[in-house]
Write a protein that binds this ligand. Structure first.
Ligand SMILES: Cc1cccc(-c2n[nH]cc2-c2ccc(F)c(-c3ccc(S(=O)(=O)CCO)cc3)c2)n1
Length: 242
């Protein structure tokens, strides 16, 4: 802890997510379920700030045969970012704060009729030592998290014409193991991972509400489908990475 200049502000984001992002949306009526595919449930709230659509998004999902660490690693590792992220046009790692904390500047593909968006954020991956037990009372094998939130940085010479979006995003993953019994070794069929993905994206500049809400309605389920399938494929033949 305290390894870099942004440790304190990172710690605050982590604590906020641990206290509110793990609240499952099914329990209260403030979240509207707007997409459901199998184990994946995607909720949103309608929120307008200064005339901009900032709808918070919360998705829960259960993915077979992967661990929390694997999910968070492939979400965090920029070496594979373009293999699963469909809306990014370019990105650059501006600074490495420690072995699991970096600062990224990225531009997204323009979606007509809005201006192109870019974002500049800190991305950190960490293991949660005393994991919050899910409401079902089941004990996870372990809990990992990736926290992405907007920061300022001098070196981000922004791509001209881009409107700066601000993000507060978190992926919290918990591994559950069902022992195979009679002393057989654990294999991937004994694993599943339960995730909560929370995204608060402020588009930074005006865009038609209908366009933004249509983008979110299409892009979030697509991203969750594509990313989870990507991790299952990427890890399928590999040793289990707890
Ligand atoms: C997956 C998705 C959902 C909603 C909107 C879009 C999208 N389409 N065209 C432009 C964007 C766009 C605009 C601004 C943003 F900050 C992000 C954005 C979304 C996700 C993340 S992340 O941290 O979850 C994954 C890393 O890129 C960061 C930024 C995406 N893509």
């Amino acid at each position: 802890k305290g390894e870099h200049r942004l440790s304190a502000v990172l710690e605050k984001h982590i604590q906020n997510h641990l206290s509110d992002s793990l609240q499952l949306p099914g329990n209260d009526n403030t979240w509207e379920l707007f997409a459901e595919e199998g184990e994946m449930k995607v909720y949103r709230k309608e929120l307008v700030e200064d005339g901009l659509i900032c709808d918070p998004l919360k998705a829960i999902h259960s993915i077979k045969r992967v661990t929390a660490r694997e999910m968070c690693h492939y979400f965090w590792d920029t070496d594979v970012r373009l293999e699963w992220e469909g809306t990014i046009e370019s990105f650059r790692v501006l600074e490495v704060l420690d072995e699991r904390t970096i600062i990224i500047y990225q531009t997204h593909k323009r979606v007509w009729p809005s201006a192109q968006r870019d974002c500049l954020y800190l991305s950190s991956m960490l293991k949660i030592d005393n994991p919050p037990v899910t409401d079902g009372g089941r004990i996870p094998h372990d809990t990992w998290m990736v926290c992405n939130f907007s920061v300022d940085h001098n070196d981000a010479n922004s791509v001209s014409g881009c409107v700066r979006a601000t993000v507060e995003i978190c992926l919290i993953c918990q591994t559950f193991v069902t022992p195979p019994g009679d002393n057989r070794p654990i294999d991937r069929d004994c694993l599943h991972c339960e995730i909560v993905y929370v995204a608060n994206v402020n588009p930074g500049g005006w865009a038609p509400a209908s366009v933004l809400r249509a983008i979110y309605k299409r892009e979030y389920p697509k991203f969750l489908r594509r990313f989870t399938a990507y991790v299952q494929t990427k890890t399928n033949a590999k040793e289990i990475w707890f």
